[in-house]
Ligand binder design. Structure first.
Ligand code: 9YT
Length: 132
């Protein structure tokens, strides 16, 4: 069994900070669960262009508000607490935060730990692993 606390993980290298967001990655590839699980903060006024070509991602909004635009059809969906979106087609999208948002995110295949977006808004399949 694996038991971890968000407070402790935030003090470790599990916390990754990038432009417009930070994410604490509670479960990673090394945990051999078949997915990774993260608590992500999207900062107020962030506009993130993402395209996870190598991963499937599901995101649940815990708090805050924003919107997601599906680049395939231009449809904009509001994001509020209780909303989940799943990028089941590796959907290219833009995420905007009107206020700070707390999100719970799952990635398949699982992240190694240190991933940040490449210029295409994707994570590479190989990255430095977090071991602690
Ligand atoms: C919602 C989203 O994809 N934000 C970017 C960070 C990502 N959730 C991560 O690496 O944890």
């Amino acid at each position: 069994m694996i038991v971890r606390s968000l407070d402790e993980a935030r003090k470790s290298e599990r916390r990754v900070v990038s432009k417009g967001w930070e994410s604490t990655r509670l479960l990673l590839r090394n945990d051999q669960m078949g997915f990774s699980f993260h608590i992500t903060t999207i900062y107020r006024d962030a506009e993130l262009h993402m395209h996870y070509q190598n991963h499937l991602e599901a995101v649940y909004c815990i708090s805050g508000s924003g919107e997601i635009r599906n680049e395939a059809d231009g449809v904009v969906h509001p994001i509020r607490p209780g909303t989940v979106y799943a990028l089941d087609k590796h959907d290219k999208h833009v995420l905007r935060a009107f206020e700070e948002m707390q999100m719970a995110c799952v990635f398949n295949p699982p992240l190694h730990g240190k991933e940040v977006h490449n210029p295409d808004g994707a994570y590479e399949l190989s990255a430095e692993a977090v071991t602690a």
